[in-house]
Design a protein around this ligand. Structure first.
Ligand code: UDP
Length: 326
């Protein structure tokens, strides 16, 4: 059985679905603070919190856990600056709890959801895994701290881990069963689609004076189902004796804010109003990752390559979600 911690969230739920489709038994462990119970349509569900180590022990006692995939983290960059303690407790201390119980039960395999935010402001693009890591906010710091802990646990205790550094996760399940649903929502694509559906008046373009071809920020959007594929490949790589590794998960392909909005206009057929706005503090101009290592070692091939695929699946989900809420 695979324990999917945070499997009721956006990324975790897509991976939980794929694990089940591939024949793995899963148990999702989630406190439902940001997760959605209705996203756990596959495997078992356990309502629980990583702050409660006795509860984690009970889960390991009752279930034959072979590996842990860990998606439970707070991920609002701005909030992490205002309340770092919350981030270090949730993202670091609570992760230590699960690692501690894994040791107690001799569970050796761990897939960790990390982020390109651990790199900080890039010196070179596309970013490769050994690019210097200098996070510029407590969220990125908290993820980097766990990365370092994992490396020490590997050396001392033989923990086998794969750290996956996501670039911009986007899109939705192509079967339209689950998708992106954050409250509050801060991400570009769902906000653009909110404007398309009439839930908000416009989309603000944060910064139109960057040193990029159209003067707006460039990001590397990667379909959530492609992320899910990479997680399963990473798990199987570890099961087959692979050594602990870190992988970037991106497309190596940068897209600007204006390109996202234009693609959304085409896909939705809606006239989405955009408004030029000031820069958002802490946003690097360009964040694009090289996925070469994941391609070479894991044989990972993104299937939903390209912004059209991402926005089409996100739009289907967005419309369904809106109908449910109406
Ligand atoms: N962005 C924007 N307007 C918004 C939200 C985001 O222009 O309402 C920009 C943001 O500045 C960044 C890109 O869209 O350049 C992606 O932002 P998002 O928050 O989706 O992901 P991040 O790159 O911060 O992880």
């Amino acid at each position: 059985m695979i324990l999917v911690v945070g499997g009721a969230g956006y990324i975790g739920s897509h991976i939980n679905k794929l694990l089940n489709k591939k024949g793995y038994k899963t148990a999702v462990f989630d406190n439902l603070i940001y997760g959605h119970r209705e996203f756990v349509k596959w495997g078992d569900f356990i309502l629980g919190d990583l702050a409660d180590i006795e509860q984690i022990r009970l889960v390991f006692k009752k279930n034959p856990i072979k590996a842990v995939m860990h998606f439970a983290a707070l991920a609002y960059v701005g909030e992490s600056v205002e309340d770092p303690q919350k981030y270090y407790i949730n993202n670091v201390a609570n992760t230590l709890n699960i690692l501690r119980v894994m040791r107690e039960f001799n569970v050796k395999f761990f897939i960790f959801s990390s982020t390109c935010a651990t790199y900080g402001n890039p010196i070179e693009t596309p970013i490769v895994e050994n690019h210097p890591q200098n996070p510029i906010n407590p969220y990125g710091q908290s993820k980097l701290m766990v990365e370092k802990i994992l490396s020490d646990y590997n050396n001392a205790y033989g923990l086998k881990y794969a750290t996956l550094r996501y670039f911009n996760a986007a899109g939705a399940d192509p079967d339209n069963e689950i998708g992106e649903w954050h409250e509050p929502e801060t991400h570009l694509i769902p906000l653009v689609l909110d404007a398309a559906i009439g839930k908000r008046e416009d989309i603000k373009i944060f910064g139109t004076d960057y040193d990029t071809p159209d003067s707006t920020c460039i990001r590397d959007y990667i379909h959530v189902t492609d992320l899910a594929d990479a997680h399963i490949l990473a798990l199987e790589y570890l099961f087959n004796g692979g050594k602990s590794e870190v992988f970037n998960l991106g497309n190596g392909n940068g897209v600007s804010v204006i390109e996202v909005i234009e693609t959304a206009r085409r896909v939705t057929g809606k006239n989405i109003k955009s408004v030029e706005s000031p820069r958002r503090p802490g946003d690097p101009a360009v964040l694009v990752g090289s996925a070469r290592k994941a391609t070479e070692i894991l044989n990972w091939q993104p299937r939903y390559f390209g912004l059209n695929n991402i926005i089409e699946t996100a739009w289907s989900w967005h419309q369904k979600q809106q109908n449910i809420q109406d």
